[in-house]
Design a protein around this ligand. Structure first.
Ligand SMILES: [Zn+2]
Length: 269
């Protein structure tokens, strides 16, 4: 299947191409990811955070994209009297915050926006969409909207709080995108993340991945793909049975008690 701007997010493309968001879904809960992919379960989560993120993205893509986004989502974005709802006012602040920054403008604005890339990673086809790509200067940028850049998230494996970039699997995204850009254009680009917070006033910052620790995390993310994606492909093709994580919204919504758990053994975060 040929990927275009129109069909990029279509569910059908997920059967031909793995994406970082789909991969992360499967790594969190196989049963949830598969039910969502097969259209058997609609997530109940509030789409506002995602919409606000896309609202900010569309602004920096082009005027046409931003207008189209507002037109398409105006019912969710506006009150009955036609005023912008509070989360989107925060979105406007985030836009102003980035727009007023010289480094952001110099690096992000000059790149080509929403570039679709594809490639083969350890024997499977992947797709990606680059927020802003600058092949001449050999870098690409991604905008991340987040509640608070300095909030810590508990990491079970590391047994410590980690920043949002690690907690949300952005190392995986950056590693995969670097590889897909290389395969699509033959250019090795370095990743940058521009993060902007939903605080008032907004915080914002630029992140690179050149330190030894960052390089290690990027490598680990690809190792994770190597280890798990054959199994994920089997799940998608119906050759394997998905495991339930037991905690996510899908597992809660479809749960049946199968045995007693000792009260002292209740898993806690
Ligand atoms: Zn689950």
């Amino acid at each position: 299947m040929e990927l275009t701007a129109e069909n990029y997010y279509d569910n059908a493309t997920s059967f031909d191409y793995m994406s970082t968001s789909l991969y992360k879904d499967f790594r969190k809960c196989e049963a949830f990811a598969l039910a969502k992919l097969n259209g058997e379960y609609m997530p109940v989560m509030d789409p506002t955070a995602l919409l606000v993120g896309n609202y900010v993205h569309s602004y920096f893509e082009s005027e046409a994209s931003h207008s189209a986004f507002i037109e398409k989502n105006k019912d969710a974005m506006m009150t009955k009297s036609g005023a912008l709802r509070a989360p989107y006012k925060v979105g406007d602040n985030m836009i102003k915050c980035l727009e007023a920054d010289r480094v952001f403008n110099n690096l992000y604005s000059v790149g080509e926006k929403e570039v679709i890339v594809t490639g083969d990673i350890f024997g499977h086809q992947w797709k990606g969409k680059i927020d802003s790509l600058n092949l001449d200067k050999q870098y690409f940028c991604d905008i991340k909207t987040t509640a608070d850049i300095h909030k810590g998230f508990w990491d079970k494996d590391e047994r410590r709080k980690v920043p949002f970039i690690k907690a949300y699997g952005y190392y995986l995204q950056m590693a995969v995108y670097t590889e897909l850009i290389k395969q699509t254009f033959g250019v090795e680009c370095q990743p940058f993340i521009f993060a902007v917070s939903k605080q008032t006033p907004c915080d914002h910052d630029a992140f690179s991945f050149n330190s030894e620790q960052d390089q290690e995390y990027l490598k680990e993310a690809l190792e994770d793909v190597k280890e798990h994606q054959d199994h994920i492909a089997d799940l998608i093709a119906g050759r394997a049975e998905p495991e339930r994580c037991g905690h996510c919204e899908y597992c809660r919504a479809t749960k049946q008690i199968t045995a007693f758990t000792s009260a002292a053994d209740i898993e806690v975060e």
